[in-house]
Structure formats: structure tokens, C-alpha cells
Design a protein around this ligand. Structure first.
Ligand code: FAD
Length: 449
């Protein structure tokens, strides 16, 4: 029995691993976890792969303690997986679900060519992406009502993985982590210093600290760019070091009250006072409704990385403003080196280049200004995707593609007052942010005086 780990790089709360083990126990077979280090970095950088390998090393140690074999190989994810399954004469394979094209092509190839059975398990979303909706949702409010209808059914703790009693007779060829790191050292570095410690244990520790220190203020202060009240969970959620189900369960347990479900009102709203209850509801809104909406989008729209993925009204309005004069335009190098005229934009880009993350509120501003100061909306999307995937620790994720198209193409949004360049796409300005939050201290933090 083989589980091919990809998007959900953890041992606990991993339904794909649990289901693979269940079948292996029923059939009295050994259980192997395979990870394929892909040959091409796909727009990601050396630092991201090193972070990932550190997390995987922790996974491999835990699996060995549990009597589960670990195999790390390099190659084309589809072909290497198929060859390994054949080498093992595997009865079944379990795969992590991802709505992105590469992962889906791999699942399709295995379903077609692998002689055993192929299972795809959504261990990433709280509600499996194909359960919540069978079409592309228009906006958060249509997704929210579907999520809220089903959520109660899915907010249950998964069983624990057990020690596996059947082991492999033969030793399997696997890359050591040293070898894998040598391979990864050959990839281009982007120069970020990742502040997040990698792995499942670190993610759990961080979650507890967030609950203890910030949850109460999360609904009130997470958008305040001058302060630091976001959950900061995205690098771990992106690589599946922690599941959003575990985050939700732990937060609900800490608050001691069930979340506000089946409520039409926007959960992210708050009572104006610090409140762990508001914090919980706001976090579930971001981490379930918004995050799972991104998976829904990429699952149902193959053009998630280009302007073609934007809704028709968004494309039309941008087309109508294609020839509008741009006050400034920048080359990729100028964007990348944070050399624009705008201090707020440069601060966001500098944060990205230093630590591989931008404050969530500034992230919207960052992308919107790239629309305003690019030669075309297509170029703006392309550069945003390039920079986000190259630098962000949580990049290469459906959230990134949806976030970029929300900012530039009006995805999941509605038309606003028409203006130059943006047309009816929602506009953002530094003055608007400054009126609400301490933008100057954000800029000072990343750019100095
Ligand atoms: P919190 O605000 O504490 O939110 C908790 C979790 O909820 C996040 O970790 C994330 O999983 C989810 N979440 C929060 N906001 C959103 C959102 N708007 N859409 C979907 N899920 C959300 N998120 C990524 O994970 N990877 C990306 O590459 C990415 N790129 C983005 C690019 C742009 C242009 C924009 C506008 C947004 C992008 N986002 C991305 C969404 C969001 O900005 C980040 O998830 C968030 O800033 C991560 O920080 P946090 O974990 O502290 O978030």
C-alpha cells in the first residue's frame, strides 16, 4: 500500500495516510509513504525546498517510529510515482488532493496507467473540495452558505495513526535528506530568511502561542498593518504541516463555545472589543470560507494563473481601460528590487524579499498597485504570480492565484465605481490604508526611517 505525500506533509490528522493505513491493515500489507522531489522547481526557490525538506525529515522520523516505510525520490512526479508503484507491486495508491493542474494530471495518469486502484483524498480542506460545491462559486457569500451547511458534519477529530504491524521485506532505494539537500542547493536562491521553524511540531507550538496571545485580538487587529496580529499560519497550512481542521478544532476547544454557523452575516465582523469568540469566527472565515473558496476556484477554472481566469465583467472593464495612460510603469527588475516611487509598495516588496511574506492587508495593496503601474493587466498578473511564487513561503498555492485575480481581475468581487486603469475593479490607496492603520510604522519597519 502506498501513500504519495505531496500537499499534506504531516503524520497527524492526515486522512490520506489514515485511509492508506486502513486498507493496508485490512489486507495485512506493509505501508509505504513516497515523496517525489520534482525535477523542476516550478517557480519556487531553494529556501522553500529546504524548509520543506526539514519538515519532511521530521515526518520520515515519525513514520519510521510507527513502522511505516519512507521513500524519497527525485524525478517527474507522475512517472517516478508510477515506476515506484510497479517496483513495489502496490495494490493501491492514495494521493493528496490538490486543485492545481500538475497534481490533477498526475492523478489522472495514475488512474489510467496504474494497475491497482488510485484514491485521491482531500486532507487539506475541512470539507472536501468536491463535496462543498460542484461548480465555481461566484463569491465568498455563495461559498459561505454552503460551507456553513456542511461544516458541523466535518468538525470532528480524525482518528490517530497507529503503529503499523506489517513491514517491507526488502530495503527500498531512497534518497537521504543529505542527498536531497544537495540537489536542492543547486536551485536558485531568492535570498529570504524564513522566520517560521519548519514541521508539524513547530506548527502546533505556533498555533498554541497564537491562541494564547493573539486570538482575542485577531478579529479587531489582524488587518492593522502597523501591528502583528495575523495568525501567521499560512506557511504551515500551505505545506500541510498542520491541517486547517486541527487549527479549527483547537481554536474551538480553547474558546469553549461552538462557532457561529449557519449565520448569514459576515463572520469576520466583530463586536469592537477584544474577544476570543470573535477571533475564532474571523479565523474560521479566513481559513475555511476564503481558503476553501480558493481551492474551489482552481478546481473549476483551469486559467487560475492568468487574467483569463477572471470573471467576464472584470476582463471587460479592464479591456475598456487598456489604453488609459499609466502614471508610472515599471520593469520586472524595478518591481523586484522595490524601486518604485511609492514607499508603501516598496515596504511590502521589501518585506516579501526579506522574510517571504507580506502582511495580508498590504498583500492586496501590493497586487493592486501592480495593476495600476503595469503596461497591461496581463503583465500585472504575470509579474504578481512570478514574484509571489518566487519569494512567498506560502506561494505556489491556490490562495495566491485567487488572491492575485481578486486584486487585479475582480474574482469573487463585484463592480465598484469606475476609474482610470482599474475600470470597475476595486481600488486601494495608501491614503485609505493610512486613514485606518499605522502605515507609516509599517513602512518604517521594512524600509527604515
Ligand atoms: P491570517 O489572516 O491569519 O489567515 C489565516 C489563514 O486563512 C491563512 O493562513 C490562510 O490559509 C487563510 N486565508 C487568509 N486570508 C485569505 C484569503 N484572502 N484567501 C484565502 N485564504 C486566506 N495566501 C496563501 O496562503 N498563499 C499565497 O501565496 C497567497 N498569496 C496572496 C496574494 C495576494 C495578492 C493576496 C491578496 C492574498 C494572498 N494570500 C495568499 C491570501 C492571504 O493574504 C494570506 O493567506 C495571509 O496573508 C497569510 O497570512 P496569515 O496566515 O497570517 O493569515
Amino acid at each position: 500500500m502506498v501513500y504519495v505525500m505531496s500537499r499534506d506533509q504531516r503524520v497527524d490528522d492526515n486522512f490520506a495516510l489514515l485511509l492508506a493505513q486502513r486498507e493496508a491493515l485490512e489486507r495485512r500489507l506493509p505501508l509505504v509513504v513516497l515523496f517525489v522531489l520534482r525535477e523542476r522547481p516550478g517557480g519556487r526557490s531553494r529556501e522553500h525546498f529546504l524548509f520543506m525538506l526539514d519538515g519532511l525529515e521530521e515526518v520520515s522520523r515519525r513514520l519510521q517510529e510507527l513502522g511505516i516505510a519512507w521513500v524519497l525520490r527525485q524525478g517527474s512526479p507522475s512517472r517516478t510515482t508510477l515506476a515506484t508503484l510497479r517496483e513495489l507491486d502496490a495494490a493501491s495508491v492514495y494521493l493528496d488532493f490538490s486543485p492545481l493542474r500538475g497534481a490533477r494530471a498526475r492523478a489522472e495518469l495514475l488512474a489510467r496507467e496504474f494497475e491497482g486502484s488510485t484514491h485521491v483524498v482531500d486532507a487539506h480542506n475541512v470539507i472536501p473540495a468536491w463535496e462543498v460545491s460542484d461548480k465555481q462559486e461566484v463569491a465568498a457569500h455563495t461559498m459561505r452558505s454552503k460551507v456553513h451547511k456542511l461544516l458541523g458534519r466535518y468538525l470532528e477529530a480524525p482518528p490517530r495513526i497507529v503503529r503499523h504491524p506489517y513491514s517491507l521485506a526488502d530495503h527500498l532505494e531512497t534518497l537521504s535528506f543529505e542527498q536531497a539537500r544537495d540537489i536542492v542547493h543547486g536551485l536558485p536562491a531568492c535570498g529570504i530568511r524564513i522566520a517560521h521553524p519548519p514541521g508539524e511540531k513547530a506548527a502546533r507550538r505556533h498555533l498554541q502561542k497564537f491562541i494564547d496571545e493573539k486570538l482575542e485580538y485577531y478579529a479587531l487587529l489582524r488587518n492593522d498593518v502597523g501591528r502583528d496580529f495575523q495568525s501567521d499560519l499560512s506557511p504551515w497550512l500551505h505545506l500541510g504541516h498542520i491541517s486547517s481542521l486541527r487549527v479549527a478544532l483547537q481554536v474551538i476547544e480553547a474558546v469553549g463555545r461552538p462557532p457561529l454557523l449557519l449565520e448569514r452575516a459576515k463572520l469576520a465582523e466583530h463586536s469592537g472589543q477584544p474577544s476570543a469568540y470573535d477571533g475564532m469566527n474571523a479565523l474560521l472565515e479566513e481559513m475555511i470560507v476564503r481558503k476553501e473558496l480558493s481551492d474551489n476556484f482552481c478546481l473549476h477554472n483551469p486559467h487560475y494563473k492568468s487574467l483569463q481566469g477572471a470573471p467576464e465583467w472584470g476582463r471587460q472593464t479592464l479591456e475598456a481601460h487598456r489604453e488609459d495612460p499609466r502614471e508610472f510603469t515599471y520593469s520586472l527588475q524595478e518591481w523586484e528590487e522595490a524601486r518604485t516611487h511609492d514607499r508603501a509598495w516598496n515596504a511590502a516588496q521589501t518585506q516579501l524579499r526579506r522574510v517571504g511574506k507580506i502582511h495580508g492587508y498590504m498583500r492586496m495593496y501590493w497586487a493592486k498597485k501592480m495593476l495600476e503601474w503595469s503596461r497591461s493587466p496581463e503583465e500585472a498578473v504575470e509579474m504578481c504570480v512570478y514574484l509571489n511564487d518566487k519569494y512567498s513561503v506560502d506561494g505556489g498555492d491556490p490562495n495566491g492565484y485567487a488572491g492575485i485575480l481578486w486584486s487585479i481581475g475582480g474574482l469573487h468581487d463585484h463592480p465598484w465605481k469606475e476609474r482610470p486603469v482599474f475600470g470597475k475593479i476595486r481600488y486601494m490607496s495608501a491614503e485609505g490604508i493610512r486613514r485606518k492603520y499605522d502605515l507609516d510604522s509599517y513602512c518604517k519597519r521594512w524600509l527604515g526611517s
